[in-house]
Design a protein. Structure first.
Length: 462
């Protein structure tokens, strides 16, 4: 009997009975791969597991909202403060968490550290790796001082074997590194293909919910920044975390982009050291550590990431262009935003930079995408053009509009508090954000409200 096959888009999971050059759903080119139709695997597969999940869980009868008791999720701590923070206060039992990031950024390192800590404090942990042998993991573990915690290592890529080991060991935490190396015997397609990845995630989800064990999945990210292939995975899991950072900088940021058990855009900051990832409780201090305090072109921006304020240095260098066309180079901010700000500087503040090269850089390899950074970018550029230093004890934030107005932005008081705490004595900010009560209360940090770009520049570089 000829087995039934379908063509599946590896980008979005869309299916077609015949091969297509371009996916009709997501528009990806040449993304279709032939796979066995899910129905062809007998009664196994996701449908069978879904049935098991349903029977393992509740009765399947609708219940009245008022009758359902509130479940407070007891959190398990990873003993890594910054990691607990992104998770929304620790690991929720029975949750499925996806940790994505580029190769070599530190995913395995962070999870091995968390695994060792939880093995010590909560109970046995199973670390299943399809990428490294037990010996490789052990030699990494030696640097991270794993010691004799009850940590089980499994070098395995077969999903059914991993599930058997989970059933046998009954761990308090499971780590699957990476979900793209796992394959199920029920599918003939290669590991990493969308049906394999989806099957692995779905089966592990049922195990997580059924046995109330938290499971972390490591996911590789493609060059364009999406989780390789399976966008389908993001809605299967409870929490999606992204590991970010620059290869040439030691700091790493873990960001929550989806969390069923906590706030999103929460973030944890780490530093990669010779003995693994070290939490950075005070990122402002790290980002400002190497600031040149009396050089023109440097401005300190009070950013907020999630609910977390941090001070970041924005640098600009403006020099007359020796070539025909002036260059605009950015690192860490949006190029379009820079063009807009340069136009505002030209029209509203009389800076003509048409013949100049403009370089803008966010120090430490960070990136900022809040409009609140406008004032700092503008300030840094103006400071470089006029060759005047912005005082080292001045910080700023605010959005700049096309009419040259400085607009209020969210979470202003968080930013004010952080700047005051970090010892800044002047804060240039939108007038609209100044609370009269704040102005009185602010004894150590003077709040300077500005309404226009002109006023802001006057406060910054005179
Ligand atoms: P790794 O966790 O293997 O990355 P991923 O799993 O995301 O692919 O981390 C790899 C990098 O981290 C590697 O280049 C070496 C570096 N590293 C340290 O600097 N210190 C350490 O203690 C460890 C274990 C790794
Ligand atoms: Mg790894």
């Amino acid at each position: 009997m000829k087995s039934k096959t379908v063509f599946v888009c590896q980008e979005c999971g869309s299916q077609s009975p015949k091969w297509l050059g371009r996916c009709a759903d997501c528009g990806a080119w040449n993304s279709f791969v032939e796979e066995r139709a899910p129905g062809a695997e007998g009664q196994g597969g996701a449908a069978g597991a879904a049935h098991r999940y349903a029977t393992a869980g509740t009765s399947g009868v609708a219940r009245l909202y008022a009758d359902i008791e509130l479940e407070s999720h007891a959190r398990l701590s990873t003993s890594i403060d910054e990691f607990d923070r992104v998770l929304g206060g620790g690991v929720v039992p029975g949750s499925l968490v996806l940790l994505g990031g580029e190769p070599g950024i530190g995913k395995s390192t962070l999870l091995l550290q968390a695994a060792a800590n939880m093995a010590r404090t909560v109970g046995p942990v199973l670390y299943s790796s399809g990428e490294e042998s037990e010996h490789q993991i052990k030699s990494r573990g030696e640097r991270l001082a794993v010691g004799d915690a009850p940590l089980y290592l499994l070098a395995e890529t077969c999903l059914e074997r991993i599930l058997e080991e989970i059933a046998r060991i009954k761990p308090a935490l499971v780590i699957v590194d990476s979900v793209q190396t796992v394959f199920s015997l029920k599918f003939q397609s290669a590991p990493g293909s969308i049906s394999q990845v989806r099957e692995a995630a779905t089966q592990l989800l049922f195990t997580a919910k059924g046995q109330n064990v938290p499971i972390f999945l490591v996911g590789h990210v493609t060059k364009d920044g999406s989780l390789a292939g399976p966008k389908a995975l993001e809605h299967v899991v409870d929490t999606v975390l992204y590991f970010e950072g620059e290869r040439h900088h030691s700091h790493r940021v873990v960001r929550a982009v989806k969390n069923r058990f906590g706030a999103i855009s929460e973030l944890g900051v780490f530093e990669m050291t010779s003995s693994g990832l070290r939490p950075v409780p005070n990122p402002s201090k790290m980002f400002l550590a190497e600031r040149a305090t009396n050089a023109p072109g440097s401005a300190v921006f009070c950013a907020v990431e999630g609910s977390r304020p941090m001070l970041i240095e924005v640098q600009a260098l403006v020099s007359s262009s020796n070539y025909g066309t002036a260059r605009r180079m950015v690192s860490g901010i949006d190029q379009q935003r820079l063009s807009l700000l340069l136009a505002v500087l030209d029209k509203r503040a009389g800076f003509n930079l048409a013949g100049d090269d403009v370089f803008v850089n966010v120090a430490g390899g960070m990136s900022v995408d809040e409009p609140a950074s406008d004032l700092a970018v503008l300030g840094a550029i103006a400071s470089s053009v006029r060759n005047r230093v912005i005082p080292a004890t001045t910080a700023m934030f605010g959005e700049v509009g096309l009419a040259g107005e400085v607009r209020g932005i969210p979470q202003a008081n968080l930013r004010v508090r952080e700047a005051a705490q970090m010892g800044f004595s002047r804060l240039v900010m939108p007038e609209a954000n100044i609370d009269p009560a704040d102005r009185k209360a602010a004894t150590t940090c003077e709040l300077i409200g500005v309404r226009t770009v002109g006023e802001a520049l006057e406060a910054l570089i005179t």
